[in-house]
Design a protein around this ligand. Structure first.
Ligand code: FJE
Ligand code: FE
Length: 302
């Protein structure tokens, strides 16, 4: 049999679903609700991913002043708006379809609060940074919905948050190599999406009902996380009569030791002890936290 060209549509070894989790609502922040899939007890992390939360926030609830070190947070808004404010004076509001890709690096203290009436919904993904990147200067990449690359083909629409799909490329720079694709499949559509062989990858279903990995597998509906096994890509079908929406996320595993204390993720216990020390004493990147409070005036315990 001739080898298929890698640039062609068609996969040699589609990834199968190896684990499935239903993310149930739980309380987080101050009065906020999250459906946590990655980061919960049964799935502490999925290298290089630390947390995946589908959040739902209605004022006055939110995520007031709290720190991060050693990883990136990616916030993708689905509905409503969120205002972000940090200790360096960086402030902004993201609305439906917008992305904030924040590299916390050595340290960020910020608040993430509702900016509109009603319920704000979205996804927040925490991506680990390699030991050589954990203490870099913080950085933001903010992309508004209208600037997100989109492509449509054969009943498949993709919004390219990170990486590349159907010939469209995201401008986001991923320090830990990552792909993040938001797919909508019309009834009858069939997707074949390459994912690098050595990467870990998962699907999170947002809307409708999808068939993943194998045509004969049972359909999966919203709020489910699917961990994918080895292979060169994802095959998915919409056998239902409604739209199917899901994200496909893949990342190159770091394969490094990991020690987490709430919003601090480092490689060793010593580095965590040092981080707590830095946060309490306003040193090594947390200097500006000494006199800063967000407009909310609240602090999030962790
Ligand atoms: C945090 C508790 C938290 N999921 N999804 C402790 F709630 C948070 C936190 C978030 C968060 C924020 C948004 Cl906008 C969306 C989230 C958890 O802010 F960082 C710690 N340490
Ligand atoms: Fe945060």
């Amino acid at each position: 049999m001739p080898e298929r060209e890698s640039s062609c549509v068609g996969l040699n070894e589609p990834r199968l679903v190896v684990r499935k989790f239903l993310a149930r609502p739980q309380h987080e922040g101050v009065g906020a609700i999250v459906r946590r899939s990655i980061g919960r007890f049964e799935l502490r992390h999925f290298d290089p991913f630390l947390v995946l939360d589908e959040f739902s926030v209605t004022a006055p609830a939110g995520f007031p002043d709290h720190p991060h070190r050693g990883f990136e947070t990616v916030t993708y808004m689905l509905q409503g708006a969120l205002t972000h404010e940090d200790f360096d004076g960086h402030k902004g509001t993201i609305g439906p379809g917008d992305i904030q890709w924040m590299t916390a690096g050595r340290g960020i203290v910020h608040s993430e609060m509702p900016a509109a009436q009603g319920t704000q919904k979205g996804l927040q993904l925490w991506i680990n940074l390699s030991s050589k990147n954990k203490m870099i200067e913080p950085r933001y990449q903010e992309i508004s919905s209208k600037d997100i690359a989109e492509a449509t083909k054969d009943g498949i629409k993709v919004r390219v948050v990170a990486g590349e799909a159907l010939g469209s490329k995201s401008p986001i720079y991923t320090r830990t190599p990552t792909m993040y694709l938001d797919f909508t499949l019309e009834p009858g559509a069939h997707l074949q999406q390459p994912v690098p062989e050595s990467w870990n990858a998962f699907v999170y279903v947002l809307e409708g009902e999808g068939t993943f990995g194998r045509l004969k597998s049972s359909p999966v509906n919203a709020h489910h996380l699917l961990l994918l096994g080895s292979g060169d890509g994802l095959e998915a079908w919409n056998k239902s009569s409604k739209l199917l929406r899901f994200i496909l996320v893949g990342g190159e595993p770091l394969c490094e030791p990991l020690v987490q204390f709430g919003p601090f993720v480092m490689n060793t216990q010593e580095e965590i002890d040092q981080t707590i020390d830095d946060f309490e004493n306003y040193t090594n990147g947390f200097e500006k936290a000494r006199h800063w409070r967000s407009e909310s005036g609240l602090t999030l315990d962790f």
